[in-house]
Design a protein around this ligand. Structure first.
Ligand code: FES
Length: 106
């Protein structure tokens, strides 16, 4: 088992255990990480689970598909390494991953 660290916009860190096979959004919600709302339940339809992955973690998490890219286009704080957490399936090779939250979700 490994951990993933979520960092709020103000720098507050939340380290959570990886639940392999679970989405990154659900992992955050299950661990009461503030700033990941997941309003649509993981249907790639609300954009309230926006995260910005640090460093090279985007290579492990993979890039967004076209549906996700359309949602990301509407997020005000989109960055190069932005993903929607509901579209990332966690695995043990994400041990040490850092996901930053934007100041505002959609
Ligand atoms: S939970 Fe709605 S887009 Fe991710």
């Amino acid at each position: 088992m490994g951990t993933i660290t979520f960092i709020e916009y103000d720098g507050t860190e939340h380290k959570v255990d990886i639940e392999p096979g679970q989405s990154l959004m659900r992992t955050a919600v299950n661990n009461n990480v503030p700033g990941i709302d997941g309003d649509c339940g993981g249907e790639c339809a609300c954009g309230t689970c926006h995260v910005i992955l640090e460093g090279d973690w985007i290579k492990i998490a993979g890039s967004a598909n076209s549906e996700e890219l359309q949602m990301l286009d509407m997020t005000p704080e989109r960055a190069e390494n932005s993903r929607l957490a509901c579209q990332i399936t966690t695995s043990e090779d994400m041990d040490g991953m850092v996901a930053r939250m934007p100041e505002f979700q959609m």
